[in-house]
Design a protein. Sequence first.
Length: 176
Amino acid sequence: MKTTFVVTVTCPDRPGIVNEVSRIVLAHGGSWQESRMVRLGGVFAGLIRVEVDADRAAALVRELQTLGRDGMSVTAREARPEDRYAGWRPLRLVLSGADHEGIVQGVAQFLAEKRVNVEELVTDLVPAPFGGGPLFSAEAKLRCPPEVTTGELRGKLAELGASLGVEMELEESSGR
């Protein structure tokens, strides 16, 4: 029997972090299933889904937590597969516009009110062409409940985008 964990790792960025974590996973017979890692503001942040034999899970988690003495913050949360979003449509939202406060919160509040789940969100600031202020961009993978139409979301997002001063495009996605 296998146990699956989502492991989070944060610490000041430096070479060797992925090596340290992967060495421990391998030493316990774990399988590195998928991950997302990024350096933001000089801080390394990683999310890793790891599968391991159930009888080795506790020892794996204990050893991962020893990395805390090296300045890392490590957590492991057991993950259980669920079919909570069966029948929900995958969508992709792309947003861009002049940066200002409240863009993420405005969009997140709207999506929450419509019960749309944000599965992945990537945001960035980029310099505007011709020396203007920074441009905010975002791309999100979403899951939309069956009772909310894509057309309804597009219309409401266009209104929200106009009020926030950003452009938003919503499209059907193949999901994952």
